[in-house]
Design a protein around this ligand. Structure first.
Ligand code: GLA
Length: 404
């Protein structure tokens, strides 16, 4: 294996032979092999790439901590940039059916954009992805109070969640691909949550065009944990148009209905016969403005789908997304029980992102894999409580492709 490590204007490159990485890779979906082959062929026609991870400065956080960007590239020319600030997927460039490469995630060109005001673009969300009702929960007889940052509820870990901290970051190269591992210690009482939480998140880009995200955490006191990634996708290309033409499939027979503040009612709602039925691939815009009370509450889709698992444990498919004009596809696999499908209903054109793109209503969509919202207050939902001695471990895979 060839390993080069050389300084380049403050950056390091780790490169390896293609053969070494090609021999072992994580594959969540054998069926999609044909798609990735097309992508590989299209990319290979123009440029020869090596699997690599570059490390470079990306500004300074408000507290003075230097922030870095890690550029991961695979042999097919897929490239993603990960920030140590918020563990943010800042860009993800992938070929369409003709080999044209475009960035398919929303975000900002510089750190200032993320610091100023970001609706969680690309970020790791924690300690608790989605809402906790009224910012309160009771655990082992003690009541804890969180910031009400999304009145009347607490959202995405509070005022300074995991999306706004600078993680310790190290690049790596393994048999599975190239990546970066991020670690962060959240002190006891951070944002009102009990226990010191040691969190670890790794991103790996492999040669089958998968980004594999492993989440891990341990604690010294019982505490709720629900980590996710909040990438906003637009497979037509960042800033191009809204996402209503994307065709989506979610293998789920039920969603978790919410009240008008987007807190679960505690029930499950069967999707059959409703605009929430995505068991067959359906354009997102086809039914989004239907007269359904749940769509009114969300101003569109903003709900957790309960993934059908049958008897399967481990990684299962949570979503398949396809963009007809470019042929780009995204498959998501997860070990988690739910996926929050959010259609960018709070985007309103006030945020100007990469290359001056104005992010208008529904210009990006999120598919956040996690446990169910407000679980600490919902006795019927699977537990999100992590206790000392246990290890929280979840995995989610984003697999990019293109079809003709
Ligand atoms: C999640 C929530 C949405 C919204 C976005 C961030 O998807 O469910 O309601 O808060 O995050 O803007």
């Amino acid at each position: 294996m060839i390993v080069a490590r050389r300084p380049l204007r403050g950056a390091f490159l780790f490169a390896s032979s293609l053969a070494a990485l090609a021999c072992s890779r994580t594959s969540a979906d054998a069926n999609a092999k044909a798609d990735s082959t097309k992508v590989a062929a299209a990319a290979a026609a123009s440029t020869v790439h090596a699997d690599s991870v570059w490390r470079a400065p990306f500004g300074t956080a408000p507290d003075g901590t230097p922030v870095e960007v890690f550029t991961l590239t695979n042999k097919n020319g897929v490239e993603t940039r990960i920030l140590s600030y918020g563990g943010i997927i800042q860009s993800l460039k992938t070929p369409d059916r003709s080999g044209n490469v475009d960035d398919v995630v929303l975000g900002f060109d510089d750190l200032a954009g993320y610091v100023k005001s970001s609706p969680y673009f690309g970020a790791i969300v924690g300690r608790y992805g989605n809402r906790i009702a009224r910012g309160r929960f009771t655990l082992d007889g003690k009541t804890y109070t969180l910031a009400i940052n999304n009145p009347p509820n607490s959202l995405h870990g509070g005022v300074k969640g995991f999306d706004k901290v600078v993680w310790h970051a190290e690049p790596f190269k393994s048999d599975s691909g190239v990546g970066v591992v991020l670690t962060h210690t959240s002190p006891d009482g951070d944002e009102g949550f009990p226990g010191t939480l040691n969190a670890k998140v790794s991103y790996t880009l492999d040669d089958s065009n998968q980004i594999v995200i492993h989440y891990e955490a341990t604690t010294d006191k019982a505490t709720p944990v629900n980590l996710t990634n909040h990438t906003y996708w637009n497979l037509a290309g960042d800033g191009k148009r809204d996402i209503l033409g994307h065709v989506l499939a979610i293998p789920a027979s039920a969603i978790i209905p919410v009240d008008s503040t987007l807190i679960p009612t505690g029930e499950m709602m069967k999707v059959a016969g409703t605009p929430f039925d995505f068991r067959e691939p359906t354009p997102i815009g086809a039914r989004i403005d239907s007269n359904h009370i749940q769509l009114k509450y969300g101003r569109g889709y903003d709900h957790t789908w309960v993934i059908d698992r049958a008897d399967q444990t481990g990684l299962v498919r949570a979503a398949h997304l396809q963009e007809p004009t470019t042929g780009r596809t995204l498959d998501i696999y997860t070990t988690e029980p739910g996926v929050q499908f959010y259609t960018g209903n709070f985007l309103d054109g006030s945020v100007v992102g990469k290359s001056g793109h104005v992010y208008k209503y529904r210009y990006g969509l999120a598919l956040e894999t996690h446990h169910f919202p407000d679980s600490p207050n919902q006795p019927k939902f699977p537990s999100v409580i992590l206790r000392p001695g246990q290890v929280y471990k979840t995995t989610t895979v984003f697999k990019l492709g293109a079809v003709h």
